[in-house]
Design a protein around this ligand. Structure first.
Ligand SMILES: Cc1ncc(COP(=O)(O)O)c(C=O)c1O
Length: 394
């Protein structure tokens, strides 16, 4: 029996490691939008780059193999991958969605799909009873994001896939926070796995991209037709950047995850911090499910300041993380969900979900954990001292 390579090795040793035409150890970037046909009777494999392009195809094949699916699709953004996959639904269908889903997905469901007669219900997917109760006769899809954004709630992928199947519905899982290195939803029963490849997969804050991988051929054919019809395909330079980034995925994830664990532990002990949300903490309500279905808790955590008034001061004092939208990069990124990733969600909806004005999300990069903790420590102290002084003035 031939030895099956580990994931780390598969990241480098796949069908595309050497260009068969030249021996080049990098996938060639094929800019051509159209391809000459050598015969009027028989056309070649490639005819027009929206339909198929060799550089994009390489990325699509690599991600399909890593996620354990039959076919991958690369889109111009994570939202393009998600929105195109939603087009598998039809007028009159109903979709059940993770409550604290990414703000852009929330906007797509509530402001776009609804106009095409596709209904939705948001549920806390950690509550399987609530998921069952949300199902209607016309439910065609269960859409999960796990760990969720920004509260890092963990959905049991096997359980919700089973619920979906028992009602004849599909399951989509947004795997952006985990990547296939840490979690492979198709192996757990999902039908489509989705990615903002802008994040950990490309990993360097230098490209916007989306991916979808499908488990069965029939669904893959339908999604291919939608990718070609809607046309939000990934450009070739960006496809190359994603492939380049993915080569170091495992080492980046390992390092960032180790630091994230240390930072979560540190924050957990701090007096000015009310809550730390991280599936790697023992007190996380679904840490057991995370251990069962994923190979680690990931490199993203959120925390809530005891006093939201200190938030601006704390952010201003931090020197290392960039304060920005996005996550999953070599540099640590601190985000403010209420005003960034979840700004598309109305305030009352955010508050109901626990996305408070004191909540910050940290995506841990490749700086040393020691430096990051020292930086957070000084910023917290400085914000805390400021708070005490303000109190004295009163
Ligand atoms: C979990 C998740 N899914 C999807 C997206 C959308 O991806 P993109 O920004 O590449 O369109 C994001 C973006 O932040 C995200 O965090």
């Amino acid at each position: 029996m031939s030895h099956r390579y580990t994931f780390e090795t598969q990241l480098l040793h796949n069908k595309h490691k050497v260009d068969p035409a030249t021996g080049g150890v990098s996938v060639p970037i094929q800019h051509a939008s159209t391809f000459h046909q050598f015969s009027a009777d028989e056309f070649g494999k490639y005819d027009y780059s929206r339909s198929l392009n060799p550089t994009r195809e390489a990325l699509e094949e690599i991600i399909a193999e890593l996620e354990g699916g039959v076919r991958g699709f690369a889109f111009s953004s994570g939202m393009a991958a998600i929105s195109t996959s939603f087009l598998l639904l039809s007028q009159g269908d109903h979709v059940v969605v993770t409550e604290d889903v990414y703000g852009g997905t929330y906007r797509m469901v509530t402001q776009v799909l609804n106009r095409f007669g596709i209904e939705h219900t948001f549920v806390d997917m950690t509550d399987l009873e609530a998921v069952e109760q949300a199902i209607r006769p016309n439910t065609a899809l269960l859409y999960a994001e796990t760990p969720s954004n920004p509260l890092l709630k963990v959905t049991d992928i096997t359980a919700i896939s089973e619920i979906a199947k028992s009602h004849g519905a599909l399951t989509f899982v947004d795997n952006t926070f985990m990547t296939p290195y840490l979690q492979r939803p198709l192996e757990l029963g999902a039908d489509i796995v989705l990615h903002s490849a802008t994040k950990f997969l490309s990993g360097h804050s230098d490209t916007v991209a989306g991916l979808a991988v499908v488990k069965d051929e029939e669904l893959a054919k339908r999604l291919y037709s939608l990718q070609n019809s809607f046309g939000a395909v990934l450009g070739v330079q960006d496809a190359w950047l994603v492939m380049r980034g993915m080569k170091t995925l495992s080492v980046r994830m390992n390092q960032s995850q180790e630091s994230a664990k240390k930072i979560a532990e540190f924050l957990h002990k701090q007096p000015f911090i009310k809550n730390v949300f991280y599936p790697g903490l023992l007190n996380h309500p679904q840490s057991d499910i995370q251990k069962q279905q994923a190979y680690g808790p990931g490199a993203v955590l959120s925390f809530e300041l005891e006093n939201a008034e200190l938030l601006s001061r704390f952010i201003e004092q931090l020197k290392l993380p960039v304060f920005a939208v996005s996550l999953g990069a070599v540099e640590s990124i601190l985000s403010y969900p209420a005003k960034m990733s979840h700004a598309a969600m109305p305030q009352h909806e955010r508050e109901r979900r626990g996305i408070s004005v004191g909540l910050l999300r940290l995506s841990v990069g490749l700086e040393s954990a020691e430096d990051l903790i020292a930086d957070i420590d000084q910023a917290l102290n400085s914000a805390g001292i400021f708070a005490v002084k303000k109190e004295e003035v009163k």
